[in-house]
Design a binder for this molecule. Structure first.
Ligand code: 4AD
Ligand code: MG
Length: 464
């Protein structure tokens, strides 16, 4: 097996001249009289491997002529000390195999810097750029960190369904799943769509959250988490919304809002530290090219306790500066992204957990406070982005939950099993959802959420 470039770059020059192979895609090529110099990358690291190929035969010269940026190649040679100061070693190649050419006239990735907008149009080639390569590695490492945190804390990983008949957030922003013929939809006597003829025999959708099903498992296994794709048909064309995004949702029984906040804070700090430790080179890249100072600001966050603030106090703070905002601030209105940023950047100078929101602006399942006006909700807000986590203590009292379901105009029959959980062995429980792409944005400093997911799904866009 050939060695990955990341590994080769850590090795010492080999005095025994043992032949090794290195494979990858050409980033640059520079030709001179007797030698040809290449930089190749195989995705394992930000750094390229330098290769010097001796033009020792007619055959090699002919092959070199056909190699340009983007071509896939395999070199055989040995590791020697590199005279360049950016790397310890380079490959002195004796042979080259050109696997696939990449015609220079049409290859869209040139050496210059391309805009992220342009790169989105060539999402099949963009992982070959430094930035998207770094995002890809950080994303993969973060996924592992998520599992590592929960597994080492005795949470069970639960696979919740992608297709669901319940609307967890009650916001009606769902993609419908149907096999009914769109050009001839069966109707009932009173003109409504006859879902009894649909595949599942009732209206069903792509899930907006795995929470309700995670609650089922929390009320048997105590601590569980989900980590999967979720879908929202929100018509919001912003730099922090996707129609398909990944969400991490822990759910804990015998746990109230206080425990929930503590887990959210520990969890975020754990994954931040994990990435700083495991992706130092990529993080340094983001620190230099994407968001100056990001590494230090993450370190500071890891060391500092998060601020806690009730929604009512947050509104008081915002009202002091109300003239600065486009959207008005008043008790009862949802916090807009500009308000969230102001709270984190100007008031708290770091992450803040806002709790106890008015019941009208939060989901039906959140536990009612004794004031009858607010619910035990929590949002974790961070500088630059605003909300990255939304969660709550759940309403665990049967009567109160039923009342909320009615208030929301939801159908009691649709939530029979959810209500049952409040009938049999109910207990205070809580959980939250972390938007995976939002947290990657936060850690890398990437401005647009479309650039931290391999294939963004947004309004009017499902290419690739
Ligand atoms: O605040 P949300 O809607 O909460 C829930 O779905 C709860 N059921 C979670 C729970 O308690 N188990 O979404 C949670 C997080 C948000 O804070 C945000 O980070 C992310 O999911 N999110 C999105 N990310 C990208 N694109 C979108 N359209 C998103 N909507 C929410
Ligand atoms: Mg939310």
């Amino acid at each position: 097996m050939s060695l990955r470039i990341k590994k080769l770059l850590t090795m010492d020059p080999d005095e025994n001249e043992k032949l090794i192979t290195a494979e990858g895609w050409v980033r640059t090529k520079r030709d001179s009289k007797n030698f040809c110099f290449f930089e190749i990358n195989d995705g394992s690291s930000l750094k390229n491997l330098q290769v010097i190929l001796d033009k020792s035969s007619e055959k090699i010269v002919k092959t070199i002529d056909k190699i340009s940026t983007g071509a896939s190649v395999e070199f055989t040679g040995y590791l020697v000390e590199s005279p360049g100061k950016n790397q310890k070693v380079e490959l002195k190649a004796e042979n080259v195999l050109l696997w696939g050419e990449s015609p220079a006239e049409t290859y869209p990735l040139q050496k210059k810097r391309h805009s992220f907008e342009f790169l989105r149009e060539i999402a099949h080639l963009r992982p070959r750029t430094n930035t998207l390569g770094a995002v890809t590695r950080v994303r993969s490492t973060l996924s592992f960190a998520v599992h590592s945190f929960f597994q080492s804390n005795d949470f069970l990983y639960i696979h919740t369904p992608i297709i669901s008949a319940s609307d967890c957030e009650g916001a009606g922003e769902m993609f419908q799943v149907t096999t009914l013929p769109l050009d001839n939809i069966p109707k009932t006597k009173n003109g409504a769509v006859d879902y009894s003829q649909d595949f599942f025999g009732k209206q069903s959708n792509l899930t907006v959250s795995g929470q309700l099903e995670a609650e089922i498992y929390a009320l048997a296994m105590k601590n569980v988490y989900t980590f999967g794709p979720t879908f929202r048909a929100e018509n919001s064309n912003t730099s922090r919304h996707l129609a398909e995004f990944w969400m991490i949702e822990p759910e804990m029984a015998f746990c109230t809002l206080e425990g929930n906040m503590a887990v959210a804070e520990d969890f975020l700090k754990y994954i931040f530290s994990y990435v700083l430790e495991h992706c130092p080179e990529d993080m340094e890249f983001f620190n230099t090219w994407v968001e100056k100072g990001i590494v230090d600001s993450l370190r500071k966050i890891i060391e500092t306790p998060f601020v806690h603030m009730t929604y009512s106090d947050a509104v008081k703070e915002l009202e002091k500066s109300s003239s600065q905002f486009d959207f008005p601030v008043s008790w009862g209105a949802d916090l807009q992204s500009e308000h969230e940023k102001f709270l984190t950047e100007k008031v708290c100078n770091g992450p803040v957990i806002v709790t106890d929101y008015p019941k009208e602006i939060k989901a039906f399942y959140m536990k009612m406070n004794d004031d009858g006006k607010t619910v035990r909700a929590m949002d974790v807000l961070v500088p630059r982005l605003g909300e990255i986590i939304g969660g709550s203590e759940r309403e665990n009292r049967y009567d109160m939950l039923l009342k909320r379901i009615h208030e929301w105009g939801l159908q009691e029959e649709d939530y029979w099993w959810y209500l049952d959980l409040r009938k049999y062995g109910s207990v205070p429980h809580a959980g939250f959802g972390l938007g995976f792409e939002r947290v990657i944005q936060y850690i890398t400093g990437m401005q647009n959420i479309r650039d931290v997911i391999p294939f963004p799904r947004t309004v009017k866009n499902a290419e690739f």
